[in-house]
Design a protein around this ligand. Structure first.
Ligand SMILES: Cc1ncc(COP(=O)(O)O)c(C=O)c1O
Length: 420
């Protein structure tokens, strides 16, 4: 293997990074005598102590059902829950009324498909997605299009891992009802120009949904500037707990949409044969909410905004630049997606000639190096790339240059074990 070039300066001051690492209890673990090298934040992030504490406090000191109770505990729980919503909305420059809690990003996208979609998409209409969508931004539209006899069209991905915007323009001449695009690809890492895509789609009369699942924890996101109609993301990739996601929607659309799930909490009045709906955002939050999870996500967002997403981006981009340089000379290793760290989020997918990604993941795992192997819920993209699966290393706020060393050393071991 070629000698590694001089390593770029990792952006963050070592003391600051130490504090960030110390915030994650799981990183104190060892695996088979090796330190835990967690490079799978794109699948799910680890939990900062702040988030664990916020949720524990709800369960130990404040637990009560929200909104309906008039006793102090219930009022406090409601304030924590709605305070979390307000903080999340403010952080992304949305509003609390336009910030709906869901179970995850998948549920957020299905909410749009089952309500707005069934209201607006009819026979012969077109829905546009891209070849780099996660299944959660494909399958709901397949179901809708099959039910409505509508067409599902895919914006092509170029060989260098970018969306072909000329092809988007071509598809926009079909006057699609909806354009769905991922903000940062969970396979290629590509950061898509979603504001420009929204501008073009709106000019063609389409509604726009952005899947921000990877973007929210990685880059500053300003929904007011972005101007999408719907923006979906998931809490467990943004240092929050599992079981909570968010859908931001344009108020005018949300007001016109029918509810998704019916039940308690989302009604204004229930008569024997019909009901009327309560205000936004609760119209879309039937049943008892994920109270602890929302409070946990609020704590995650508070912590992230203290760190500053500019800091997060700078830190992770420096790591990605370093990793791209360290991985490139490994014989047989091919990196998918844009070549420059400036054009990608904090993840790198790669293939290693002669090695199945599951074997790569398994051998690395024995050394405490956790990466993801598989199709990453993006089978149409795998077909486009001509691969069945890839290995994916993804970086987080707590990642360090030592993590990249462990990855590179682990890959040398993979090559040794598999006699590559
Ligand atoms: C880009 C993207 N969209 C959507 C999802 C789905 O997230 P969830 O399973 O939390 O709904 C993922 C998760 O891997 C993702 O990476």
């Amino acid at each position: 293997m070629a000698v590694a070039p001089e390593r770029p300066q990792v952006a963050v001051a070592p003391e600051q990074l130490r504090d960030v690492v110390a915030e994650f209890p799981v990183l104190r673990r060892t695996v088979g005598g090796h330190p835990l090298t967690y490079l799978d934040a794109a699948a799910t992030s680890q939990t900062p102590q702040r988030v664990i504490d916020a949720m524990t406090r709800y369960y130990t000191d404040v637990r009560a059902s929200i909104h309906r109770g008039v006793y102090p505990l219930a009022v406090e729980a409601t304030e924590l829950f709605e305070g979390a919503r307000a903080r999340i909305a403010e952080w992304l420059r949305s509003t609390p009324e336009e910030t709906i809690f869901t179970a995850n990003a998948t549920m957020a996208i299905n909410l749009v498909a089952y309500t707005w979609g069934r209201q607006h998409v009819g026979a012969g209409d077109t829905v546009v997605v891209t070849e780099m969508e996660h299944h959660s931004d494909i399958v709901p539209w397949q179901l809708l299009c099959a039910e409505r006899d509508a067409k599902l069209r895919y914006v092509r991905v170029s060989d260098d891992g970018h969306l072909d915007l000329d092809h988007l323009d071509e598809l926009l001449t079909e006057q699609p009802k909806l354009v769905c695009v991922v903000h940062i690809s969970n396979v290629l890492g590509t950061i898509n120009p979603v504001a420009e895509i929204a501008r073009r789609a709106h000019a063609a009369g389409a509604t726009v949904l952005v899947d921000g699942s990877q973007a929210v924890p990685q880059i500053p996101v300003d929904l007011a500037e972005l101007d999408a109609d719907f923006y979906a993301w998931t809490g467990h990739k943004a240092y929050g707990p599992t079981g909570i996601g968010v859908l931001h929607g344009r108020r005018e659309l949300l007001e016109q949409m029918p509810p998704f799930i019916g039940g308690g909490h989302m009604i204004h009045e229930v008569r024997d044969q019909m009901s009327t709906w309560t205000d936004l955002p609760w119209k879309f939050e039937a049943g008892t909410s994920q109270i602890a999870e929302a409070i946990g996500l609020g704590a995650a967002v508070a912590w992230l905004s203290e760190l500053g997403l500019e800091w997060v981006r700078e830190h992770e981009q420096a790591l990605v630049a370093d990793a791209l340089e360290r991985l490139a000379p490994i014989p047989g290793l091919a990196i998918q997606g844009p070549t420059s760290a400036a054009e990608r989020g904090s993840l790198i997918s790669f293939t290693l000639a002669g090695a199945h990604p599951h074997d790569v993941g398994e051998i690395l795992g024995r050394r405490g190096v956790c990466i993801r192997a598989g199709h990453h819920c993006a089978q149409p993209l795998m077909r486009r790339l001509g691969v069945g699966a890839t290995s994916r290393a993804s970086f987080a706020v707590h990642s360090t240059a030592a993590d990249i060393d462990h990855l590179v050393e682990g890959l040398a071991e993979v090559r040794r074990v598999l006699a590559l």
